[in-house]
Design a protein around this ligand. Structure first.
Ligand code: PEP
Ligand code: MN
Length: 263
């Protein structure tokens, strides 16, 4: 709460990086880690484009149990290899309390809690005992208050390194995958001291919408963006329709970087 903590929280990461400071944080990479060539190629390209963090799912919360569920432990290993090659810290989703030790051993730099787990209170409590930064995504239909109370579960345990993520919420609109609640950004910034990151990829669900939504997020005061990028979106094992190619990412990242200092 801003009342008790007037200054913005800045989360410091290895390599002099931070989230919540003056510089806009750019997190980019595929929805899912699929293979060594895929993740290393994408990691190299997003780094060139200006991303400071690599995202990639090893454990995937898929709607259908028959859809690709992620490479799991092998995926974590491939992320570590991509990190070793590029120096980019890793952001990846943890789905269960049982995976915590594995994630710590794998040196995951930022643990993502997905929309579907935002109110998994047991999980949030356990993550509160770590010091690893947590990227907490807003639940599928969660209110701002519910997102903040979920964050509180982590903070109350002693882990102050929480990053909030607006990734769109379910509304009656069906053109987009979700509706980006752009007003959540200034509201969260007003109510809390925590950094706020926007995910235009899962919000819109369509690759051409990523650029305007990302620009809107920057204008609204977001501290960072998390963007899905794939070297062959048509063949992606998850979320291809919303994934940018590396060339498209270069273009979006350049526009974002130009715009960010204005806000
Ligand atoms: C993801 O980041 O790939 C993901 C599954 O996101 P969300 O939890 O926001 O749906
Ligand atoms: Mn995804």
């Amino acid at each position: 709460n801003r009342k008790f903590h007037p200054d913005d929280t800045v989360i410091h990461l290895p390599g002099g990086l931070s989230i919540g400071g003056k510089q806009l944080a750019l997190i980019a990479g595929p929805c899912s880690v699929e293979s060594k060539p895929q993740i290393t190629e994408i990691a190299r390209r997003v780094k060139q484009g200006g991303a400071q963090f690599l995202r990639g799912g090893a454990y995937k919360p898929r709607t259908s149990p028959y859809a690709f569920q992620g490479l799991k432990e092998d995926g974590l290993e491939l992320l570590q290899e991509a990190k070793a090659e590029t120096g980019l810290p890793i952001v990846t989703e943890l789905m269960s309390v049982r995976q915590i030790d594995l994630f710590l051993k794998a040196g995951v730099d930022i643990i993502q809690v997905g929309a579907r787990n935002m109110q998994n209170f047991d999980l949030l409590r356990e993550l509160g005992h770590l010091q690893t930064p947590i990227l907490l995504k807003r639940g599928l239909s969660a209110t701002i208050e519910e997102l903040l109370m979920a964050a509180e579960y982590i903070l109350a345990g002693g882990n102050q390194n929480v990053i909030l993520c607006e990734r769109g919420i379910r509304t009656y609109e069906t053109y987009t995958r979700n509706t980006l609640d752009i007003s959540a950004v200034p509201i969260l910034k007003r109510l809390t001291h925590l950094p706020v990151v926007v995910d235009p990829s899962h919000a819109g669900g369509i690759s051409w919408l990523v650029e305007p939504l990302a620009m809107a997020a920057v204008a609204a005061g977001a501290d960072g963006l998390i963007i899905e990028v794939h070297n062959n979106p048509k063949k992606a094992l998850s979320d291809g329709a919303q994934s940018l190619t590396p060339d498209q990412f270069d273009h979006v990242a350049a526009r974002i970087k130009k715009a960010a200092p204005l806000f």
